[in-house]
Design a protein around this ligand. Structure first.
Ligand code: DGL
Length: 273
């Protein structure tokens, strides 16, 4: 049995602070239907967005260990905050390949911009870390990057207010200055934000392109599977398994409906708070 076959049946481990990372799981299911995805949402400790680096690193290692116990052949950090703050720690700690959402999003943004001015929106933790600026400048040092933390957007999305005048006002308040600054590309630097794509596009108009980090992450995973020769056989039929660290909340049905995903039976995975 070669390495492709022996690893092929093992799941791809995916985690997020909660349910928002299902945007990444949905893209992975679309692009790689032969792969089984084991997703853990750390709903017991969400949100990660305002927590310290040391805490996010600890949480990320703990959740990754739960995924390794499920035989994960690679770990996808489907959370921008954890990608911004914990990837070096995970690379140093875990025995399997690790990828996050920031490097693929940065690459897509650099490919998308024409005027060289990129906007980034995310949680406070992601924006404060400067991770997108570093990733963009590593590829193209001449790029101008303007970032904006949007802490009110996650609660609005979790409330299911995807098409709602209050959400539209929040978007206008956060994004007005970004639009005024002259960006032509906006990176959705939080796993929840793809659910707001129609509302964001309506506010931004056709002159600003949206870069969805979930979509670009899925493409990066496909490349990594090929490079590491750990992909499932093309004719395999993958599934999505979901575990949460606390009983689900009202956001799960919102995400399932918006993403066209059915997550079936949810397991519980225990963590220390
Ligand atoms: N998943 C987080 C992210 O992508 C957003 C929610 C949270 O703050 O935990 O940054």
């Amino acid at each position: 049995m070669d390495s492709t076959t022996s690893n092929g049946s093992r799941p791809i481990g995916v985690f997020d602070s909660g349910i928002g990372g299902l945007t990444v799981a949905a893209e992975l299911r679309r692009l790689l239907p032969q792969e089984t995805i084991y997703y853990i949402g750390d709903t017991a400790r969400v949100p990660y967005g305002g927590k310290s680096q040391a805490t996010i690193e600890r949480y990320s290692v703990e959740i990754s260990e739960l995924l390794l116990a499920e035989e994960a052949k690679m770990i996808i950090v489907a959370c921008n905050t954890a990608s911004a703050l914990a990837i070096p720690k995970l690379h140093a700690t875990l025995p399997v390949p690790v990828t996050g959402v920031i490097a693929p999003g940065a690459k897509a943004a650099v490919a998308s911009t024409v005027n060289g001015h990129i906007g980034v929106i995310g949680t406070r933790g992601t924006v404060r870390s400067g991770a997108y600026e570093r990733a963009i400048h590593a590829l193209a040092p001449e790029m101008r990057v303007t970032s904006q933390a949007c802490p009110m957007l996650v609660p609005a999305i979790e409330e299911g207010w995807l098409e709602n005048d209050i959400t539209d006002s929040i978007i206008a308040r956060y994004l007005g200055p970004l639009v005024g600054s002259g960006i032509d590309t906006l990176v959705l630097g939080c796993t929840h934000y793809p659910l707001l794509k129609p509302a964001l596009a309506r506010f931004l108009g056709p002159g600003i392109r949206l870069v969805d980090s979930a979509e670009n992450c899925a493409h990066a995973v496909r490349e990594l599977l090929i490079q590491q020769q750990i992909g499932a056989p093309e004719n395999a039929v993958g599934t999505l398994r979901v575990a949460l660290t606390d009983a689900s909340d009202g956001f799960l049905p919102v995400a399932e409906e918006a993403l066209g995903l059915s997550v079936g039976n949810i397991r519980l995975a225990a963590v220390q708070r």
